[in-house]
Design a protein. Sequence first.
Length: 253
Amino acid sequence: MTATAGQELAELLLAARRSGAPIQQLAATLVPTTAEAAYGVQDRVASALGVIAGWKVGAPNPTSEPNCAPLFATLIAPSPSRWPAGRFRLCGVEGELAFRMGKSLPPRSRPYHESEVWEAAATLHPAIEIVDSRFADFPGTDKLALLADNGSHGAFCYGPPLAEWGAIDFLHQPARLDIDGQTVANAVGGNAAGHPGRLLAWLANHLARRGRGLVAGDFVTTGTHTGLVYATPGGVATVTFPGIGEASVAFAR
């Protein structure tokens, strides 16, 4: 992908955000050919969307290369959060576990070890990521184009902090997602990426290589435990992690 193509894709994504009209068809020349190109488009979009206050990170399985995208301060809200349904085209929801960093991990010459990053995380939160897309054909869009579109991020809701989380068994943690009081997903250890410690360490080193690093106060949400479910206007989604807490999002008509 050329720099010109990256800039054009970023402008299309920003225009879709402003207008609410999705990109109907993406020219082949504008599809990122590498993850690095997709992150370059993310950077261009982020420069127009304001303060980065966190990150989403995930992976298809426990051994694959993770990927990430920024969370913007204006799109982060504590539970119970309420958003106009018309703000999102998809109103997708995923029940997730998120960390809030208690210590900054700035760029440095040597990599951060997983234990070092783990210790820098201060609190654990039940969370919901609202999934949205600037592409009309969300399921059929190239994965690197979706990555360029901030990993299909819409907004982020976080529940109360848990400070003593060292004993949590992340690989066997139960999670339940309810829509309007009806259970739509129930899983145990449902995060396909495996243990979140690997994801946090990858993210810290990825951001360090890109010259930013993790910052104290950043949220890091670590991928869905419940899968992607769609809410409707007027609906309320609630995720419950027994022993950790719950978070809820309302989509106001």
